[in-house]
Design a protein around this ligand. Structure first.
Ligand code: ATP
Ligand code: PRP
Length: 233
């Protein structure tokens, strides 16, 4: 069995910030300020576990190819990636939002769809959006963007967008409204399928502690004491 530490891929920002308390509850302290150093490989309080810092949309790729054993990624990112080579055992209940179609206030999206109009839709979730509109029989031209999707309808780049929405304040600030929910989103723990077999002795207890941390303090106490697997099927 490899002596290398287990590697967990995280993205900076909300995923890192929301995962650190879960790791702490699983008995693995991480310095919450650690990403300030600009180091991309970070230690944890457990010498057997290290973190790597990658772009949110790159997390599944690092785990798929085994450069990381584990990762934390939003369901939106996983859908767009396709999930090949990844086992998704735990919904971490963080990064909660929803993937939506949004359009400018005053644009009658439902009527445009009814009359079979061809819509220009800007998004970074091109494959997911293509599948959604194909299922609904809506004709779309998709325009790939990497951020600030809400701007596209305001400057005539698109009729509508597909993006994640949480409080709705970004849509509101840009005079957009949600016209269709595609699916609810939260962040998942993803595991390299080969690692799960070859490094089971080290990964399974870690997964059990994380699952218990997600379930709450009582379950986390029992997993830290060695009770129950806690890993959902
Ligand atoms: P990349 O740098 O790869 O483009 P990103 O900028 O989308 O990624 P984050 O903004 O940190 O990265 O988002 C990471 C994940 O958090 C998203 O994939 C999504 O699942 C979730 N998320 C995005 N926006 C919100 C939000 N406003 N509220 C809650 N969760 C969100
Ligand atoms: C995300 C998303 C929306 C916003 C939605 O942006 O792309 O713009 O959050 O959240 P709200 O409904 O609570 O306003 P983020 O804050 O991550 O900025 P970025 O995509 O530009 O990194």
């Amino acid at each position: 069995m490899s002596d290398a530490p287990i590697t967990l891929a995280l993205s900076k920002g909300r995923i890192f910030d929301d995962t650190v308390p879960l790791l702490a509850a699983a008995g693995i302290p991480v310095d919450p300020e650690a990403t300030r150093s600009r180091k991309l490989i970070l230690p944890t309080g457990d010498p057997g576990l290290r973190l790597i810092i990658v772009r949110a949309s790159d997390v599944p790729t690092y785990v798929q190819y085994g450069a990381a054993d584990l990762g934390v990624a939003g369901k939106d990112v996983l859908l767009e990636h396709g999930g090949e080579g990844l086992y998704q055992p735990i919904d971490l209940g963080i990064g909660v939002c929803r993937l939506c179609v949004a359009a400018p206030l005053g644009f009658d999206y439902a009527q445009a769809v009814r009359r079979g109009a061809r819509l220009r839709v800007a998004t970074k979730y091109v494959d997911t959006a293509r599948q959604h509109f194909a299922r609904k029989g809506v004709h779309v031209d998709l325009i790939k963007l990497y951020g600030s999707m809400e701007l596209a309808p305001l400057v005539g780049l698109a009729d509508a967008i597909v993006d994640v929405v949480s409080t709705g304040s970004t849509l509101k600030a840009n005079q957009l409204v949600e016209v269709e929910e595609i699916l609810p989103i939260s962040a998942r723990l993803v595991v390299n399928q080969a690692s799960l077999k070859t490094r089971a002795a080290r990964l399974e207890p870690l997964l059990a502690r994380l699952a218990a941390a997600v379930a709450g303090p009582a379950a986390a106490g029992s997993a830290l004491a060695g009770g129950g697997s806690g890993v959902p099927a």
